[in-house]
Design a binder for this molecule. Structure first.
Ligand SMILES: *Cc1c(COP(=O)(O)O)cnc(C)c1O
Length: 374
């Protein structure tokens, strides 16, 4: 079976260093915050080119902390996409705020900047939360300018795009550092993953950094003195140690993912399957880090069953647009309101994608797809 994702080959490359790093934490007995977390935060901030990075318990918490730090609450609207993982939107409703969904673009699966700009005219909009889905950045060029002009804050869900970047004018902007706060996930399958749950927020704003620092430790400034009620949401020292090792390899692994994507393109081109399968597109000016390699396929469900029978694991991200989830029924959205997102849910299929995937394995994947349509 060719897996859709696998970690074993990856771990073998860094096994020695990882075990040494873990041993160091175990010897130090400093498991909550402490030097290992501080070191990783410094390294992550340097990699991203941002002033502050702050570890937290998960990507879901990163988004929750970010919105809380911006005082998002009842009566506020947060503009975001219905075509994303659940946690992007639950962060909004958990604070009592209202998600305002905007449809996505068919070719990139990302929020449509034009629709985003229009949604920002709603006076209740406090935050825009773009999701850099599958590994490439949403086009925020005009959105950022409008947000600044209107005092709307921007929180980037960067859970799937650590290392992605975009050229804007003569600047290269890393995913998560464009808006006011970036939220990252280190869930094991993410491009930069740890060996459990983990997450991070980043910001260039000193006041937001101070607020976020308090919120992750129960809202305490000085220990046992609480100015507000916060969370228990810290990055484990063990996970931070693992992440420091893995961050050193991230560029190499990202380039390997991009090479995998390029090979898929060549292999599919040789089969002439254009009328059945649409490959993912790297938008102009973007550095796509291919967290997932998601195609749109005719007869998706039948193709997926065929692939399983052929020994190729595939996944569907995502089978139900979030505006139609039962738990969000109270928002009052109806089928047909987000036509592109809804259509994508029945067309998308994620093919195997991880840095160590071999050309032979990829050829088997592409052959299996071709066999289905012939
Ligand atoms: C993974 C993910 C999250 C949540 O991250 P966790 O670490 O699993 O809590 C949020 N948003 C998106 C788009 C994700 O893919």
């Amino acid at each position: 079976m060719i897996p859709s994702f696998e970690l074993k080959r990856n771990y073998n490359q860094v096994r020695k260093e990882t075990l040494a790093a873990l041993d160091k934490v175990l010897e130090s007995s400093q498991f909550i915050l402490g030097p290992a977390v501080a070191q990783f935060e410094e390294e992550a901030a340097a990699y991203l080119g941002t002033s502050h990075a702050l570890g937290c318990a998960s990507g879901s918490d990163a988004l929750l902390l970010a919105l809380h730090a911006l005082d998002v609450g009842p009566g506020d609207k947060v503009v975001t996409t219905p075509f994303t993982f659940f946690a992007s939107v639950s962060a909004i409703t958990r604070l009592g705020a209202t998600p305002l969904f905007v449809d996505v673009k068919e070719d990139t699966y990302l929020l449509d900047p034009q629709a985003l700009l229009e949604a920002m005219d709603d006076p209740a909009v406090k935050v825009v939360m773009p999701v850099h889905l599958f590994g490439q950045m949403v086009e925020l060029d005009e959105v950022m300018a409008k947000a600044k002009a209107k005092g709307i804050k921007v929180v980037e869900d960067t859970a799937q795009a650590f290392g992605a970047a975009r050229r804007v004018g003569d600047k290269i902007i890393k995913a998560g550092t464009w808006g006011d706060i970036g939220g990252y996930s280190f869930f094991p399958t993410k491009n930069l993953g740890c060996f459990g749950d983990g997450g991070m927020v980043s910001t260039d704003d000193e006041a937001l950094f101070q607020r976020l620092s308090r919120l992750r430790v129960h809202g305490a400034g000085d220990q046992y003195y609480h100015d507000e009620v916060g969370y228990n949401s810290r990055l484990d020292a063990m996970q931070a140690a693992v992440l420091s090792v893995r961050l050193r390899y991230l560029e190499e692994w990202t380039e390997a993912r991009r090479a995998v994507a390029q090979r898929y393109e060549l292999m599919f081109a040789q089969k002439g399957l254009d009328e059945f399968v649409t490959l993912p597109r790297e938008a102009a000016n973007n550095r796509h880090v291919y967290h997932q390699y998601v195609v749109r396929a005719k007869d998706r469900d039948a193709l997926q069953a065929h692939m399983t029978a052929q020994g190729v694991a595939t996944r569907v991200y995502y089978p139900l647009s979030l505006h139609l989830q039962r738990c969000f029924a109270f928002l009052g959205y109806q089928p047909g309101q987000m036509p592109v997102s809804e259509r994508l849910t029945s067309e998308v299929l994620a093919l195997p994608m991880f840095p160590e995937l071999t050309a032979d394995e990829q050829q088997q994947v592409v052959d299996a797809v071709a066999k289905f349509y012939r």
